[in-house]
Design a protein around this ligand. Structure first.
Ligand code: WQD
Length: 331
């Protein structure tokens, strides 16, 4: 298949490109490098021996987006391009809603006009809000989102669902990611946020390298085994493989919703200890106040992905910690 990956130079998008190329698909990428680097495209080539067809611009440029649809007979889209920093979204709601919603509307308009009937969307477990019960199945009700980033994900799910209802020949797949971490085993691609990271694993990585002095653990008084927050961390390569399965298996018309997680929950301190043990490094930390908007526990029921996609996360927490450190050492 010929597949357009929007945001294909980003952390998750680049791993998806690698898995698609290795599965024999042709890949077209649109990315504006707003949160990624051009070298990523060379690394994708180094890993796979293949090239993606690359376009540099923001999808908000509708004329340029249309040209990509004119120039390529696309079979499917994987839509990853979005702003994704939770904290920043609170102070820049206009930018977040404009970028995330408008790009999604433009992509769906092009799909309709150029008869591309298959889209896989990067959604997030954040749409479940503060879960009443765990593990989370896809049938759990959607919750209150606590920031414009999360709300934009919930709104994009809704837009795509309404589009599918209006154009019933379309296949719309909403993949709800839990907490993607880790890096490609080559150490060439991974997550390297600019400035102070928001997410746990990049922060741990930067404390281990000495770039940051100390990890703040946001709360140790949650109702969890050690009092720190529990999440379902999933290796980014497993996550990327889930997209290949989804694009191949969910081709029948309809709205398909699927969690991508491991089904296991680890606490913040589990992550710190595993990272130290696997990599033989020290991660200094201190307990701080809870972070506003955080929840105690969130992990997936991954049964549907196994039954409908034949996909299960294969990599362990040790793999996630080792691959993150390997990436850090190479960059
Ligand atoms: C994990 C745990 C923190 C940083 C967010 C978004 C979600 C998603 C992924 C993104 C929590 C604790 C963190 C730190 C800490 N989407 N923590 N010290 O909050 O589960 O999900 O990122 O693109 O939509 O909400 O992930 O990695 O920020 O936090 O103690 O410096 O680590 O409190 O328990 P989260 P996270």
């Amino acid at each position: 298949m010929k597949i357009l990956v929007t945001g294909g130079a980003g952390y998750i998008g680049s791993h998806i490109c690698v898995e698609l190329l290795q599965a024999g698909h042709d890949v077209v990428v649109i990315d504006d490098f707003s949160n990624s680097q051009p070298e990523v495209l060379e690394y994708i080539h180094e890993i796979t021996g293949k090239n993606v067809q690359f376009y540099e611009f923001n999808i908000l440029d509708e004329a340029k987006t249309e040209k990509v649809f004119q120039e390529n007979q696309l079979d499917a889209i994987i839509h990853c391009a979005a702003f994704k920093a939770v904290g920043e979204s609170v102070s820049k709601p206009i930018e977040y809603y404009t970028n995330n919603l408008m790009t999604t509307l433009i992509v769906t308009k092009m799909m309709r006009d150029y008869h591309v009937n298959n889209i896989v969307f990067s959604s997030s477990a954040t749409v479940y809000g503060d879960p009443k019960v765990v593990p989370l199945t896809e049938d759990c009700p959607l919750g209150e989102t606590t920031n414009p980033y999360g709300t934009s994900k919930a709104m994009m799910e809704r837009v795509l669902t309404d589009v599918q209802h209006a154009y019933p020949q379309m296949s719309v797949t909403l993949l709800r990611y839990f907490n993607p971490i880790g890096a490609h085993a080559s150490g060439l691609i991974g997550e390297n946020p600019k400035g102070i990271p928001n997410n746990l694993m990049p922060y741990v990585m930067k404390v281990a390298t000495g770039e940051l002095s100390c990890l703040g653990v946001f709360g140790d008084d949650y109702d969890t085994p050690d009092g720190t927050g529990v999440r379902d961390y999933i290796h980014v390569v497993d996550l990327a493989k889930g997209h290949v399965a989804a694009i191949e298996k969910y081709s029948q018309p309809g709205v398909h919703i699927c969690n991508l997680g491991t089904g296991k929950g680890y606490s913040v301190l589990d992550i710190v200890k595993a990272f130290e043990k696997v990599n033989g490094v020290k991660v200094n930390y201190e307990i701080k106040a809870r972070r506003p908007g955080d929840i105690a526990t969130c992990y997936a029921d991954p049964t549907r992905a196994k039954e409908e996609l034949g996909w299960v996360a294969e990599k362990t927490l040790e793999d996630m910690c080792r691959d993150t450190w390997n990436f850090a050492k190479k960059h």
